[in-house]
Design a binder for this molecule. Structure first.
Ligand code: SF4
Length: 317
């Protein structure tokens, strides 16, 4: 009629999420804090992957970095000290469809939360765990943390920490059923982003230690690594990170490292000569507990009742 098409329906494009769709409250970390870089990287990944914000959950415990969920415009859970991982496992076990990001610190994960750390790694549910390691308790104003280096002066050890620090990489690599371990630094946004992308895409629990600057309480902690990039060893492999040429140009020292090689991963993690950055270990074939807990989630009410009765009937006398 009147020369017009009869089909007036419009081909609407699917919703496109922008960075603003993931930006929550204004970050209240100190100026120059490395946490800002991590937050930006995660928001970019959510945007690049076009994750519906209602399908994303940010979970944390207690500490500076644990303010993370407040700054994501997604679902979030700011939990108790050391309890980020059990909350995240709970979310994942009942809603395996959600994308879970865990923000935890060296105190939160490696001290009070250490028991949960062991078992979350073993359960290997599909989530990305980011260890913001600034080697100091920042929120409570400068106490020695499990990863503080020997000699580090703090309010709890004014004469300097005298215990050797815990190494989160070698420790995690020693846990049963470990699936993915990587290390990156907050001051290189490209490497940080690339590492977190690899972690996000790994099927299973990805543990990423992020060397994170705390300019307020441990200003010089990683200064030598920033000033001398040759102290860092860039790990490359098609099964891990395949760094883009600009990233390769930043680091003179590079190593082809197969992330399936556990012995080599442990040796690298233990090295005092150089600090490895990239994927140390990745084995996507490790069993995942969230696949087990997902069984039966799609059942209707009557199906659940029938299944429950069938189970109970096994014990009838
Ligand atoms: Fe960041 Fe340190 Fe300030 Fe905490 S105290 S927000 S870790 S700079």
């Amino acid at each position: 009629m009147f020369g017009l098409k009869t089909d007036w329906s419009l081909e609407l494009p699917p919703a496109y999420y922008t960075l603003e769709d993931y930006e929550g409250g204004t970050g209240r970390w100190c100026p120059g804090c490395g946490d800002f870089a991590v937050l930006t990287a995660v928001q970019r990944i959510c945007r690049d992957e076009q994750l519906p914000p209602e399908q994303v959950v940010a979970v944390s415990g207690i500490g500076c970095s644990s303010r993370f969920p407040h700054y994501m415009k997604t679902y979030g859970f700011h939990g108790l000290h050391g309890r980020a991982l059990p909350v995240a496992c709970g979310v994942k076990s009942r809603r395996p469809d959600l994308k879970v990001w865990v923000a935890t610190g060296d105190g939160d994960c490696c001290s009070i939360g250490a028991g949960h750390w062991v078992h979350a790694i073993r359960y290997n549910m599909d989530m990305t765990v980011m260890l913001f390691d600034n080697a100091v308790y920042g929120l409570t104003k400068k106490q020695t943390s499990p990863t503080s280096p020997t000699g580090f002066q703090s309010n709890t050890h004014p004469g300097g920490s005298w215990l050797p620090p815990l190494n989160p990489l070698t420790t995690t690599l020693g846990f049963s059923n470990v699936s993915f371990v990587a290390q990156t630094v907050d001051w290189n946004p490209m490497h940080l982003h690339t590492t977190l992308v690899a972690a996000y895409k790994h099927p299973g629990l990805s543990f990423v230690r992020i060397l994170q600057r705390c300019p307020t309480y441990s200003d010089s902690m990683f200064r030598d690594l920033q000033d001398d990039p040759e102290r860092l060893l860039l790990l490359e492999h098609e099964r891990g990170l395949a760094p883009a040429p600009p990233l390769q140009r930043m680091y003179a020292k590079r190593l082809e490292h197969d992330p399936l090689d556990m012995a080599a991963a442990r040796a690298l993690a233990d090295s005092t000569e150089q600090v490895p950055i990239g994927v140390l270990f990745a084995d996507p074939s490790r069993p995942r507990y969230d696949e087990h807990t997902a069984e039966g989630l799609g059942m209707g009410v009557q199906e659940r009742v029938d299944a429950l009765n069938a189970e109970l009937d096994r014990f009838a006398v």
